[in-house]
Write a protein that binds this ligand. Structure first.
Ligand code: NAP
Length: 474
């Protein structure tokens, strides 16, 4: 093929790789295959043997309706030009430069796999965890299945008031029997069933109720739990009664949140077995060791809101402190991307730097990396719901297709655009990949095992076990 030919025809399809099989990756694939007149073949590569990213490993097991979005991704996989290569890690089995040689365009959809640190004294004490770890653990994500959590304590604290904090608080608060029929990892369910002492789950926000990041739906769900009372002390919503939302600059969601919290603040607790206690305007300043060297308490500083000079309000410590005895802490203060070898990374933001979805060397020189694109949290950071990724991926694909449009010089043309190029390379490297047909067998087996245990599915929890199963049934 000559370098002047434009890929995208039946004779020379556009070859695209998408690294990451979560929502943003699938929406990018969908946008490519939906483009009228474009001939494209897509390989979706994931380091795990199983697809769907956070839909499988992040969405809470009691939110099965959200997981229904997988049906859209299955339709993408049904397209004859789309293949899945699971268990293939960029930087280990294949390098970014290999991808550049096999594909005209590479779309990075790798999400944010790590979390933000607080850099506070005591943060590494046993008992102090990130929400990422806990969520990965209860969802059977192979990176986290080995972790142990001491949950049988009288009080826990969740730091942050976003939707991840809501997930963590809710899973802790529920009677585990309510979760028994879900796809929660079996070991996590068993561990939760042993928790007897847990009475109180504090959820701590550094700013006020009107700045809370949770959605109305999520906080209302917390308020409706069978096993826990939501406690909103009058101080947490002080001065909010009768406020004019427009004058306050509250959006619809904030208005709904405040209305709900004001209502809850009036209610007496019903005496349910557990309590979720909301505390606003407080920042952790230290995690304190208790007996046995484990986390025993958290020291909080009370905050006031001050102008941040950028049109928003920020928390500022007042010098007043309080200490809450807690045996376990979960930091739900946001995710962070991890660098991928050979791919630019912005250390400050924890994302892949880009301009309109085109990967750039860095945000200062904004020099384009030919043929490299980015979508989802890896592009914009950890914000938005699953659906937010759709428009975002479409925008990046638009940039990609503009770059490849007839008459323009494509930013990268694969040296070896054959469909066999990747399988051959992986075979040479001795890398074992899991195809979509393999995944279908894994899926069926998980559902079968789940059925036997009275659950939606029982997930495989480690990669070796998945590969062994595939070998034994081939
Ligand atoms: P998030 O919505 O950004 O919330 C992060 C929370 O952590 C905020 O309350 C933030 O407070 C706080 N925070 C950040 N740094 C802090 C610090 N140093 N000290 C104390 N608090 C700190 O992030 P998330 O909860 O991780 O969720 C990520 C995205 O996934 C969100 O868009 C979320 O809606 C989505 N999600 C959705 C669902 C669902 O739909 N069910 C479930 C899970 C996640 P400030 O506001 O003051 O920064």
């Amino acid at each position: 093929m000559t370098q002047s030919a434009h890929p995208g025809t039946a004779e020379r399809p556009l070859r695209a790789a998408i690294v990451g099989s979560g929502p943003s990756g699938f929406y990018a694939a969908d946008a490519l295959i939906s483009r009228a007149g474009l001939n494209v073949t897509i390989d979706i590569i994931d380091r795990l043997p199983t697809p769907y990213g956070l839909v499988r490993g992040g969405v809470a097991p009691d939110h099965q309706n959200i997981k229904g979005v997988i049906r859209v991704y299955e339709k993408v996989m049904a397209h004859p030009g789309v293949r899945f290569f699971g268990n293939i890690k960029v930087g280990r089995d294949i390098q970014a430069a290999d991808l550049r040689a096999c594909y005209d365009a590479v779309v990075f959809a790798v999400g944010n796999e790590s979390d933000q640190r607080m850099r506070l004294p005591g943060e590494d004490l046993p008992g102090c965890h990130s929400a990422t770890e806990f969520v990965g653990w209860y969802n059977g994500h192979p990176d986290f299945t080995h972790l142990k959590f001491e949950l049988d304590v009288e009080a826990a604290v969740v730091i942050g008031v976003g939707n991840v904090a809501m997930d963590v608080a809710r899973i802790l608060a529920r009677d585990p029997h309510e979760l028994a029929g879900t796809d929660m990892a079996g070991y996590a369910l068993e561990e939760l069933k042993t928790v007897r002492k847990l009475k109180r789950i504090y959820v701590v926000g550094r700013r006020g109720a009107a700045q809370a990041a949770f959605s109305p739906k999520e906080i209302k769900e917390i308020g409706a739990l069978k096993n826990a009372d939501l406690i909103v002390g009058p101080d947490e919503v002080a001065g909010m009664e009768g406020k004019d939302p427009a004058a306050e600059g509250w959006d619809v969601e904030t208005k709904q949140d405040i209305e709900f919290l004001l209502k809850k603040a009036q209610e007496a607790p019903a005496g349910k077995p557990r309590q979720i206690v909301l505390r606003f305007l407080r920042s952790p300043v230290e995690f304190l060791a208790g007996p046995h060297g484990r986390l025993g308490a958290i020291k909080l500083e009370q905050n006031a809101l001050v102008d941040d000079g950028k049109g928003d309000l920020k928390a500022q410590g007042t010098g007043q402190f309080e200490t809450l005895p807690v045996g376990v802490a979960f930091k739900a203060i946001g995710y962070r991307g991890v660098p991928l070898p050979g791919v630019p990374y912005d250390v400050k933001k924890g994302i892949i730097p880009s301009a309109e979805g085109r990967v750039v060397e860095n945000l200062e020189n904004r020099k384009l990396v030919p043929g490299a694109y980015v979508v989802g949290w890896a592009k914009r950071g950890p914000s938005g719901l699953i659906g937010t990724n759709k428009g975002d991926s479409i925008a990046t694909v638009e940039a990609l297709l503009n770059d490849f449009a007839a008459g323009k010089t494509p930013p990268n043309l694969a040296a070896d655009p054959r469909l066999e190029a990747l399988p051959e390379l992986l075979a040479q490297r001795g890398a074992r990949w899991v195809s979509f047909e393999d995944w279908k067998r894994i899926d069926e087996e998980e559902i079968r095992r789940g059925k036997a245990a009275g659950k939606i599915r029982e997930k495989f929890i480690n990669i070796q076990e998945v590969l062994k199963f595939l070998d034994s049934t081939r």
